[in-house]
Write a protein that binds this ligand. Structure first.
Ligand code: PRP
Ligand code: GUN
Ligand code: MG
Length: 183
């Protein structure tokens, strides 16, 4: 195996591509029910949410717009700094809109609690959250999540949009990394 092959860096696969796909089917069906007859604006949080946005939005029958925000609280490390910065703001005016924030993971909850408050201050009709993953035991602030894929243990995971130092986002599954990767 050469050093560009990621297989040797994976310790444990927590969620397979099939498991993620089946869960997104359920989440999309529920969102379709809840937003029937309403306008829907999906707000993806770059960069981690790219995969879940692509896969969840393509399962919806509801007419939806998409916009993107980039906020960062992690930098290149594995711990949240608690400081959220807007790196790229929305292009869309949220006045009167039904906003559904699409996220890859809720860990401490700091990113989303900040983001929900920020978006709510812009005069939307509603703001809800859809997240593929959540770490219940890592919560530092409670975040009210309407649609959640999987609750996972408090371990640093990569794949399906989630990176370590910008790598591993392109893995189709969610996994932990082998210890040698961190040293
Ligand atoms: O609940 P929290 O502890 O706040 O963590 C969750 C956030 O951290 C990650 O983003 P990150 O800031 O690493 O940027 P990225 O999406 O570009 O990887 C992840 O994509 C969430 O947005
Ligand atoms: N890659 C990655 N980013 C995160 N951001 C918050 N929690 C995590 C995690 O477990 N993995
Ligand atoms: Mg993110």
């Amino acid at each position: 195996m050469d050093h560009s092959d990621v297989a040797g860096d994976i310790a444990n696969i927590l969620l397979t591509e099939e498991q993620i796909g089946a869960k997104l089917d359920e989440m999309a069906a529920q969102i379709d029910k809840d937003y029937e007859g309403k306008d829907l604006l999906l707000v993806g949080v770059l960069k981690g949410a790219v995969m879940v946005m692509a896969d969840l939005s393509r399962r919806l029958h509801t007419k939806a717009e998409m916009d993107w925000m980039a906020v960062s609280s992690y930098g290149s490390g594995t711990k949240s700094s608690g400081v959220v910065r807007i790196l790229k703001d929305l292009d869309t005016d949220l006045t009167g809109r039904n906003v559904l924030i699409v996220e890859d993971i809720i860990d401490s909850g700091l990113t989303l609690s900040w983001l929900v408050a920020n978006l709510r201050s812009r005069g939307p009709e509603s703001v809800e959250i859809a997240a593929a993953l959540r770490k219940p035991d890592a919560a530092k602030v409670e975040v009210d999540v309407k649609y959640v894929g999987f609750d996972i243990p408090t371990e640093f995971v990569v794949g399906y949009g989630l990176d370590f130092a910008e790598k591993y986002r392109n893995l189709p599954f969610v996994a932990t990394l082998a210890p040698h990767v961190y040293s």
